[in-house]
Design a protein around this ligand. Structure first.
Ligand code: UDP
Ligand code: MG
Length: 315
């Protein structure tokens, strides 16, 4: 019988673990699907890991790991993927904002032979306007950069074992899970779902962390910002040619250029261009620096007893 792994990255979710484990396991047992639940506590500062241990003691299908510190959701997802033994793996939030019934649809589609089932949001649920706008802008830019519609996409998806293995073999550390499955290809389909309200606890995203996430992911997936530097250079060259011709003309006709103002403006504009360009290039160098160091994406400090010993460590 095929095994379904459900990966649940969890950061400070002590209120959610028990309930989520119960809801999912009841559903799996009712549908008679062989399953495992993998909770990855992302260096939680509350009792998330203790809750995972409790859930694992009650139900042998529950597995868990704890990071040595907070490494971010992306790391949690990848740790979960590497611990998963399933023939198909579902990644979902552990706050049940991703409605669990959708797993059954995904599972059915997987049985029909699809290798990637993307969860597509029909509504973003209740979010603050600032959050909505920054997320909206982010996905617009992202969609342009990576040439796929990211607005409705989410981390809620089912992956076939083949796809999981491909993702785990990628050498890079700065990944963007949501877009990587598009990049990987395979036989893909989508299911729609409505984002639910969070039942317990609160969202971990602030506007600032969301913007940071946006910039990191945009640059990890595209080099278009670098080409922007070239465009800025071309614009200034064009501008300077026009200005040079005009200045020479004035000089030759005997009207010496009056402008201190012009000089100051030019210095400021060009200075701005140069600093912006350096910033963009610097950002990419920073990413290269991080990748070259080759540090692990996460460090696992603890795992539940039912996780195989060789799974402990780094990834
Ligand atoms: N999460 C995580 N590490 C983090 C932040 C969040 O593993 O550093 C998990 C979190 O526990 C949840 C999921 O990622 O299961 C989505 O986070 P959240 O619900 O805060 O985001 P939102 O649903 O508001 O986008
Ligand atoms: Mg959530």
């Amino acid at each position: 019988m095929a095994l379904l792994s459900i990966v649940l990255p969890s950061y400070n979710e002590e209120q959610n673990i028990a309930n989520t484990a119960k809801v999912l396991s009841e559903m799996m047992e009712q549908e008679q699907i062989d399953y495992e639940l993998i909770f990855v506590s992302d260096g939680s500062k509350d009792n998330t890991y203790q809750e995972i241990l409790k859930a694992a003691a009650d139900n042998p299908h529950v597995k868990g790991a704890e990071f040595s510190r907070n490494f971010g959701k992306e790391a949690g997802i990848f740790a979960g993927l590497s611990l998963a033994l399933g023939d198909a793996v579902v990644v979902m939030d552990c706050d049940l904002q991703h409605p669990p019934q959708v797993i059954l649809e995904m599972w059915k589609l997987w049985q029909e032979g699809y290798e990637v089932v993307e969860g597509i949001k029909t509504s973003r649920g209740k979010e603050s306007i600032a959050h909505k706008m920054s997320a909206g802008l982010f996905y617009k830019i992202m969609s342009k950069l990576i040439k796929m519609d990211m607005n409705a996409s989410s981390d809620y998806k089912l992956l076939d074992r083949k796809v999981v293995d491909v993702l785990l073999e990628l050498p890079e550390k700065n990944t963007f899970f949501r877009a990587l499955t598009f990049w990987a290809g395979f036989r893909t389909t989508t299911v729609e779902y409505e984002v639910q309200e969070r039942m317990y606890g609160q969202s971990k995203w602030s506007v600032i962390s969301l913007m940071k996430y946006a910039i990191t992911n945009a640059t990890s997936f595209s080099t278009l910002p670098l080409q922007l530097v070239t465009v800025m250079g071309m614009v200034s060259i064009l501008f300077s040619i026009i200005l040079a011709v005009q200045t020479m003309f004035k000089y030759l006709t005997g009207n010496a250029v009056e402008g201190f103002t012009t000089v100051i403006l030019l210095v400021l504009i060009i200075g701005g261009f140069i600093m912006l360009s350096l910033g963009i290039i610097g950002h990419y160098i920073a990413r290269i620096y991080e990748e070259v160091k080759g540090r692990p994406r996460y460090i696992i400090s603890k795992v539940t007893d039912n996780v195989m010993g060789n799974a402990i460590g780094r990834g």
